[in-house]
Write a protein that binds this ligand. Structure first.
Ligand SMILES: C[S@@+](CC[C@H](N)C(=O)[O-])C[C@H]1O[C@@H](n2cnc3c(N)ncnc32)[C@H](O)[C@@H]1O
Length: 280
């Protein structure tokens, strides 16, 4: 059972205010040597969101000059806590696994498996119910026997793949469309000395990789693409699927049934988010 506890003495995140520059176009090639305070860049459709920990108008002016097609659309400022959905990050405990904000002074109990996680600017702090339910079902799966090879599709911070690696998975591949997620996952794997390969790309292009357990916390449109290719899915005998909203839970169960999967466990939060563990 996944448990969460709030520690009143949680230290502050290293990020305080975030200064975000929204730019039309792919600003990656124009960044060059990272300017002071640069935290990273999100690519979304045709726009870039360039993050700094301080106002960076001058650095942005240089970036815009270096990429002639780029155009500044907007500037945003918000606190890291607002960025994280208004929640202060706290340690998460799932059985013997303790996932702890990387900056926290934390003394795990003897025998605990500790994962220090810096979520940075991407999804996957562990506090969202979809992530929490994936961790809980992964734990139940792990109690049945070794996890073997694991594929983490839509890895975000890498939290699910890192949990699998900490629980002894024999090779974890983590995939995300967003390059900042890939960088964040790699940094988190290095921070913990965990073996994990993070790659950039669309989840559906990686389901051919052999894996005993496929973790996929992604919206329905991508889950549909993942489940569309039955032949490739043969490599994923067990699936933990989340990010499914109420209206798609029924269609997903039907689809799993048609593909020969049996739902072993399901979880639901606020009658909104659904998570399934299925096997065949
Ligand atoms: C809900 S987050 C899940 C993060 C983490 N796995 C967790 O459980 O907390 C979904 C992630 O999927 C990524 N994503 C969205 N569409 C994708 C696609 N088509 N292929 C791969 N990754 C995708 C997003 O960038 C985001 O990091």
């Amino acid at each position: 059972m996944a448990r969460f506890f709030v520690d009143a003495a949680v230290s502050k995140a290293p990020y305080d205010q975030l200064f975000i520059y929204e730019v039309a176009g792919d600003a990656r090639p124009a960044i060059g040597a990272p300017p002071a305070g640069y935290l990273g860049l999100w690519l979304e459709a045709d726009s870039s969101f360039v993050f700094f920990d301080r106002p960076a108008d001058e650095a942005m002016a240089r970036i815009l000059t270096a990429g002639p097609g780029l155009k500044l659309l907007d500037r945003h400022q918000l606190s890291y806590e607002q960025w994280q959905g208004g929640q202060a990050l706290t340690p998460i405990v799932v059985d013997d696994l303790h996932i702890v904000p990387a900056w926290l002074d934390y003394d795990p109990p003897a025998g605990a498996r500790l994962v220090r996680l810096d979520p940075g600017l991407v999804f996957g702090s562990g506090l969202h119910p979809t992530t929490a339910h994936c961790l809980e079902l992964l734990h139940l799966r792990r109690q049945r026997g070794p996890l073997g090879r694991v594929l983490d599709l839509g890895c975000g911070t890498g939290i699910l793949g890192l949990a699998a690696a900490a629980w002894g998975a024999q090779g974890v591949t983590a995939v995300d469309l967003n390059p900042l997620c890939v960088e964040t996952t790699q940094a988190n794997a290095r921070r913990n000395g965990l073996a994990l390969t993070a790659v950039e790309g669309p989840a559906q292009d990686f389901i051919h990789l052999p894996a005993q357990v496929v973790l996929s916390n992604l919206h329905w449109q991508v889950q549909e693409l993942i489940l569309a290719d039955e032949a490739k899915l043969a490599h994923g005998p067990e699936l933990i699927l989340s990010g499914i909203m109420r209206g798609f839970a029924g269609p997903l169960e039907d689809r799993l049934g048609r593909l020969g999967y049996r739902v072993l466990q399901r979880r639901e939060a606020d009658f909104t988010w659904f998570t399934f563990w299925a096997a065949r």
